[in-house]
Design a protein around this ligand. Structure first.
Ligand code: ZN
Length: 499
């Protein structure tokens, strides 16, 4: 197996063997620019980019011939200094590209995504992925909470907002970036037939890319005196501008993936907020890694630590590239690669019927088919050592601990987990946020505790639940849970927590 292409991050993403920077924020010697968003554009001695990105840099940012601009065609292999370079559409905005490199000496490959999304946009090409040994990817929305609804559904909500505001005699103001989001909304509004007015920056950008886009609605430059009856399109930075404030009847809506964060509408101080984004959401990020099948993943932007931990749990070697990461290193040393539940051996579960039950639960969670789930559970019931345990297995499998509640809230479980492991509050929160699943959080935390598993039956657990119901104080409950978890494996313990 050929050695992986070296990736470093001195001030930005740098490939030392090729002496090439990837989207650096500062002027450098040789760089690849993935797309024409202003935070990716800088002057370099030599620049690789797509044709559209080059044109936008010239027309919009005034880049003339100070440095050499090398346009790479999409999908075609270009040879360069012992490397094969290939651009792939990134689906982020018009002209956005991923860079695929092959080291000709031994065939080692690398894919750099830049900003991207897998969903088909209205104003950008569909993203295309290619296998690579090393994957450098953005993970702006690398937490499970960022699962966007279908684009058509969001666009329908935006159009409804515009329609209703107009019907009420108001002026709808949609806020989105001048390049990318603005054209995306324009294309969507083309279908609805509303007259549109745009801010100057959106006007200029749209005119620059208009020949490359499909059908656009009639749009005109913003004029406050004539704004009534129009849908307004402004960049987010102008959402609270004087011009907008003067239009007393306007209602504002922000279009951003951050809409899925609790309290986003209040933070952006808008009337409505819709999850329309140019970036990949969490399921798309996972899909990307599964499709590229890399040996190593480097993460940049956003929830890099949490997403790295998540990928490792799925069996990928993944690291954050931008910052040294203490937590990841400790997690890594505790367990080099955490495999999904199905691949765990019997050692991972421990002994006794409770461990058997937990392993069966993990297995049913992994398989999609109902028939297979039933098969797994039937196998478990048949293998139980005592008939007395059948009703317990059935009850626990339905998620019930008994007729009366246990009074063990999540905060109590958290206390038990923290006291049992070496994890501090901050680390706990980081793990918890990255998982958004109590069982998986418990599994990662328990891996860092000194456990001494002993056989545990379903009856033992039922007895624990009785003790918890009778316990006089929270302290007593914490101790009971701690003691039980200490004598289970991390995997089995995580299923006790789920229960
Ligand atoms: Zn971008």
């Amino acid at each position: 197996m050929s050695p992986l292409i070296e990736v470093t991050h001195p001030r930005g993403i740098y490939l030392p063997e090729a002496d090439l920077w990837l989207d650096p924020h500062f002027g450098g010697k040789r760089a690849f620019i993935s797309h024409a968003h202003s935070d990716h554009v800088a002057r370099h001695e030599m620049t690789f980019c797509s044709e559209v990105t080059r044109d936008l840099m010239k027309t919009r940012y005034g880049y003339k011939s100070e440095g050499e601009m090398r346009v790479l065609p999409m999908r075609e292999v270009v040879e360069w200094e012992g490397w094969e370079l290939r651009l792939l559409p990134a689906g982020h905005i018009i002209g956005s590209a991923m860079l695929h490199l092959t080291r000709k000496a031994d065939g080692a490959t690398l894919l750099y995504t830049g900003d991207y999304k897998l969903r088909q946009g209205l104003s950008s090409e569909r993203c295309e992925l290619l296998h690579a040994d090393t994957l450098i990817m953005e993970c702006t929305f690398g937490l499970p909470q960022f699962t966007f609804p279908p684009t058509a559904q969001v666009v329908a909500q935006v159009l409804k907002f515009a329609q209703e505001t107009l019907e009420d005699g108001g002026i709808p103001v949609l806020l989105g970036y001048s390049l990318g989001k603005a054209q995306e909304i324009l294309c969507a509004l083309a279908e609805a037939g509303h007259p549109v007015m745009v801010h100057k920056s959106i006007w200029d950008m749209t005119r620059a890319v208009a020949p490359l886009l499909g059908k656009l609605p009639d749009y005109r430059l913003f004029d406050a005196a004539l704004a009534a009856g129009h849908v307004l399109l402004f960049p987010p930075s102008n959402g609270r501008s004087i011009a907008i404030k003067k239009l007393k009847v306007c209602r504002t809506a922000m279009l951003t993936g951050w809409a899925l964060q609790p309290g986003a509408r209040f933070r952006y101080q808008v009337d409505e907020i819709f999850p329309l984004s140019d970036h990949a959401d969490y399921p798309e990020l996972i899909e990307t890694v599964e499709e590229v099948k890399p040996r190593r993943v480097w993460l940049v932007h956003g929830s890099t630590r949490e997403f790295a931990a998540d990928l490792r749990l799925r069996g990928f070697e993944a690291w954050t590239l931008e910052k040294a990461d203490q937590l990841e290193l400790t997690l890594q040393s505790a367990s080099p690669v955490v495999r999904p539940a199905l691949e765990k051996s019997a050692d991972d579960w421990g002994e006794g019927s409770f461990a058997q039950w937990a392993a069966a639960c993990a297995q049913t969670a992994e398989v999609a088919s109902r028939l297979k789930k039933v098969e797994v559970l039937a196998g478990l019931l048949k293998s139980l050592p005592s008939e007395d345990e059948l009703p317990l297995a059935a009850r626990f499998s339905s998620g019930s601990t008994g007729d009366t509640p246990l009074n063990t809230g999540w905060s109590l479980l958290k206390r038990a987990l923290i006291e049992l492991s070496a994890v501090n509050e901050v680390e706990y929160r980081t793990i918890s946020r990255s998982q958004a699943d109590t069982g998986r959080t418990a599994f990662l935390v328990l891996q860092r505790a000194a456990l001494s598993p002993t056989p545990c039956s379903l009856s033992n657990v039922a007895a624990l639940f009785d003790q918890l119901r009778k316990a006089g104080s929270q302290m007593e409950r914490v101790t009971l849970i701690k003691t039980r978890l200490q004598h289970l494996t991390a995997a089995a313990g995580s299923w006790l927590v789920r229960l």
